[in-house]
Design a protein around this ligand. Structure first.
Ligand SMILES: NC(=O)c1ccc[n+]([C@@H]2O[C@H](COP(=O)([O-])OP(=O)(O)OC[C@H]3O[C@@H](n4cnc5c(N)ncnc54)[C@H](O)[C@@H]3O)[C@@H](O)[C@H]2O)c1
Length: 317
């Protein structure tokens, strides 16, 4: 089997590439290395990440086309994946997440493949107050969320107009090794700097998320592309449990204390970055029913694996 992973030098992409390689896939990656972890970029450039690697930008259709020949599965992950930076630079999200996605779909149309998986985001739902399923109205509140909603519409249109075999996943807070930013990495860095003292946490202690460990996320990707009845469908990928940020801080502190002194106290600022949501939780009944997937890694075990990885690559002295 031959797989192409766009954004394969990023956080989720590099974990996916490793899994596919271990399972015997011939893997090609294209990534412009804009937001890749330096270690993964180095591996990719040395030829240690995958079978074929192209430093390419999905905004340029002429340069990426050749990589789509004779591919069975396309995992389209390349994107700006950061909400705050989409607010300051919406142009990048539009050109990469919308036009770049259209370019990827065009290439698949030309060469064909068994399935294209488009990685969308929970950000398409916008501010929600309850656990959302896939039928909820899309109401993004950031340029990032809007660009992902446009990408989804484009993928659906290519399915309806040209019969392209697409599946769409809306990811809710994936975390784990190779992660470069987001709340757990930020908290880890604060804990390191606090040297056992107090840490300041953005927002309030009751902010809720449903974290999903990256090995579960990428297992869902693979199971979806191999599942005939998942073609043309949209799936939430989320953890099975809602967690308050105060619980996450406790779990992270306990995990970090295996290496050095954890903070004695966390102070919550009450305000967070513009566009941050108080509540985000995804209903995963559809993917359980259609694909037979459900998350298997509990938060404490997953956080330990993330902390081990961060400790090995971040200067903690
Ligand atoms: N991590 C999460 O919790 C999460 C949540 C929702 C959705 N997603 C989606 O999953 C996908 C992967 O996310 P991630 O967390 O691994 O992000 P990431 O930033 O680590 O990876 C994205 C990769 O895409 C590459 N890239 C960016 N612009 C590009 C371009 N124009 N051409 C080619 N490559 C480009 C980057 O260099 C990076 O390596 C993204 O599409 C993201 O929107 C992730």
């Amino acid at each position: 089997m031959r797989a192409l992973v766009t954004g394969g030098a990023g956080f989720i992409g590099s974990n996916l590439v490793k899994r596919l390689g271990n399972r015997g896939y011939h893997v090609t990656v294209i990534d412009n290395l804009k937001n890749s972890l330096p270690e993964q970029a180095k591996k990719a450039l040395n030829g240690d990440l995958c079978d074929v690697f192209g430093v390419e930008d999905i905004r340029d259709i002429r340069s990426i086309k050749k990589y789509f020949k004779d591919v069975d599965f396309v995992f389209h992950l390349a994107a700006n994946a950061d909400v705050p930076s989409s607010v300051s630079d919406p142009e990048y999200d539009f050109t990469t997440n919308v036009i770049g996605t259209k370019n990827v779909l065009e290439c698949v149309l030309e060469f064909g493949c068994k399935r294209v998986l488009f990685s969308s985001s929970a950000a398409v739902y916008g501010g929600v107050k309850e656990t959302v399923d896939e039928n909820a109205i899309l109401a993004p509140i950031s340029p990032y969320g809007a660009s992902k909603a446009c990408g989804e519409m484009m993928a659906q249109a290519y399915k309806n107009a040209y019969g392209l075999p697409v599946s769409i996943v809306r990811i809710f807070n994936s975390y784990g090794p190779h992660q470069r930013h987001y709340v757990m990495v930020d908290l880890f860095k604060k804990i390191v700097e606090a040297k056992g003292g107090m840490i300041e946490v953005l927002g309030n202690p009751d902010i809720v998320r449903c974290y999903c460990f990256v090995s579960d996320t990428i297992k869902a990707f693979e199971e979806i592309v191999l599942c005939p009845s998942a073609e043309g469908e949209v799936f939430n990928i989320a953890g099975s449990k809602n967690t308050k940020i105060s619980e996450l801080v406790d779990i992270l502190s306990a995990s970090v204390s295996r290496y050095f002194k954890a903070p004695l106290e966390a102070k919550y600022t009450g305000v967070s970055w513009k566009g941050d949501l108080n509540f985000l939780s995804g209903n995963i009944e559809k993917i359980k029913r259609v694909v037979g997937w459900e998350p298997s890694v509990d938060l404490k075990t997953g956080v330990d694996m993330l902390v081990d990885d961060l400790y090995s690559r971040i200067d903690c002295k």
